[in-house]
Design a protein around this ligand. Structure first.
Ligand code: CMC
Length: 467
């Protein structure tokens, strides 16, 4: 028996006592009392109509434990009832204290602080500290944190050689993901995931080096020499320096663009249990080192339904090209030929609060860069979609990616870099989720179940008898 099966069997024995053995909690009689006698209890009573047996399950934090259902069996050899939830639409896989989202009300908070207050008042590094340590830093804590991050921005020279090996037109997200994984070989001590101070060191390195790797991937794509980090500059300012510096002896970032980029990073810093955070936790649950886990999280982010969406928004806006073509495009969306990229969200069934903040940043950025002509298409598309029955009834609103791409493009980033920018911003979120998972005694290796619908046992067929 594998270790995980043995552990599950042990848990089942300890916590899931069959109804007949725990007559105080589980009964085989119908448990519904007369309405006047009903007293509120934090339990869920379930009757299995196949057997007539009734079970009481504890409700805690608005959830029941999925493993409790395994005691619902038709006979002794029955594996027990499982819950079927593809895409984890209604499954809490962890307890978390990092990010709160109320999708119906359009609320997003990091550690209790509303996203708009953080975007207004904090820097990205201050927000990262909050997300990772749970509290806003004091002045001394912030100074130390900024120092620690700033002094880990360089990468080993061999990383450059390794990156040189990629084809001239390599997508920077592929380069970014591979290089993150490669860092695991430079820092083998990162495998000591149980050592808090070692973990802290890797957190510094990962937050510090992601912009350097991203910028090198961009310069490689452009065929330009790599620019080393400038530790006099801010996190976002230095990133702009590594991306865009050419011959100037000292790069001076435009303060409006520097702040806009910093705020965009804040808006992407965490988003509770999304696809990439779940990947980070899932990979981390096998005790892989954080470089490999974060490479996996970044790979999950790359897909067009997640962090790759802003790239797709821009191609969509280009394809539409003109406000006159919008009604025809909306028709195609409603016929389900295409999706309206940058619209819809698994959790937000109201306006994504990040999209609201981004729309404001757009004005500041366009004052410096000039107006992106695609903005008119985007604004009109949003207006028409929000009045249309299909979008209203499906609760489809603009998400964070609808406007971010237009801003990034105006700032001079090529579309291929968009998911990489998302990944830089999301790094503190991934790391906080990873550390929270490691510190949670409830967590075990991630190992979902399946409903097996394949062929049952059959005998091997020799080649000459196969049809
Ligand atoms: N355009 C048109 N119809 C849509 C869209 C869309 N963007 N999104 C969902 N729908 C429809 C879908 O066709 C389905 O309709 P019906 O019930 O009639 O069959 C219904 O809405 C539910 O769709 P779903 O795919 O079951 O919803 P989901 O919660 O699984 O998907 C989503 C969420 C974000 C993947 C999806 O809305 C989508 O594909 N959006 C476009 C891609 C995008 O912008 N992604 C970025 C998300 S925000 C950044 C991030 O956190 O990564």
């Amino acid at each position: 028996m594998s270790a995980i099966l043995a552990l599950e069997a042990k848990m089942a024995k300890e916590t899931l006592v069959p109804a007949d053995d725990r007559s105080d909690t589980f009964t085989t009689e119908p448990a519904t009392p007369a309405p006047e006698a009903r007293v509120a209890k934090d339990t869920l009573t379930i009757t299995d109509n196949r057997t007539g047996r009734t079970f009481d399950f504890k409700i805690e934090h608005g959830t029941v434990r999925a493993l409790d259902f395994r005691q619902i069996k038709t006979h002794d050899d029955d594996f027990g009832l499982m819950l079927y939830d593809p895409g984890f639409g209604n499954t809490a896989h962890c307890k978390s204290a990092i990010t709160f989202i109320d999708g119906e009300k359009g609320i997003l908070r990091y550690r209790g602080y509303p996203i708009d207050q953080l975007a207004e008042n904090c820097s990205f590094l201050e927000t990262s500290y909050l997300i990772i340590y749970g509290e806003l830093p004091t002045k001394e804590q912030l100074d130390q944190w900024v120092f620690d991050i700033t002094h880990h921005t360089f990468v080993h020279e061999n990383v450059k050689k390794f990156m040189d090996g990629f084809r001239y037109n390599a997508h920077p997200m592929g380069v970014f993901i591979s290089t993150l994984a490669a860092l695991s070989t430079f820092y083998p001590e990162a495998k000591q995931i149980g050592d808090a101070s070692c973990r802290k060191h890797q957190v510094h390195r990962l937050i510090a080096k992601t912009p350097t790797i991203a910028a090198f991937a961009f310069r490689h794509m452009r065929g330009m020499p790599y620019v080393y980090p400038d530790n006099d500059l801010s996190y976002a300012g230095n990133f702009l320096n590594m991306l865009f510096r050419v011959t100037e002896p000292k790069y001076e970032p435009n303060p409006v663009l520097e702040r806009a980029l910093d705020v965009l990073f804040i808006l992407h810093a965490d988003h509770e249990q999304n696809c990439s955070a779940a990947a980070m936790r899932g990979i981390g649950s096998s005790h892989a080192d954080p470089y490999c886990a974060m490479a996996g999280a970044a790979a999950a982010l790359y897909g067009p339904l997640h962090g790759g969406a802003n790239e797709k928004v821009l191609s969509m806006l280009r394809e539409i090209g003109d406000v006159k073509a919008i009604p025809e495009y909306i028709k195609r969306v409603k016929n389900k030929e295409v999706r309206l990229m940058g619209f819809g969200h698994r959790v937000y069934k109201n306006y994504d609060p990040r999209a609201r903040i981004i729309k404001k940043i757009a004005d500041d950025v366009f004052e410096v860069t000039g107006r992106n002509p695609l903005l008119d298409v985007a604004l009109e598309l949003e207006r028409i979609a929000l009045e249309d029955d299909y979008f209203v009834s499906h609760k489809l609103y603009p998400n964070v990616d609808f406007y971010s791409g237009i801003i990034y493009q105006a700032m001079g980033f090529p579309v291929e870099l968009f998911p990489v920018l998302f990944a830089i911003g999301r790094s503190p979120g991934w790391l906080a989720q990873w550390e929270e998972m490691l510190d949670d005694p409830d967590q075990r290796i991630a190992r979902p179940r399946q409903i097996f619908l394949g062929v049952n046992e059959r005998d091997f067929v020799p080649m000459e008898q196969r049809k």
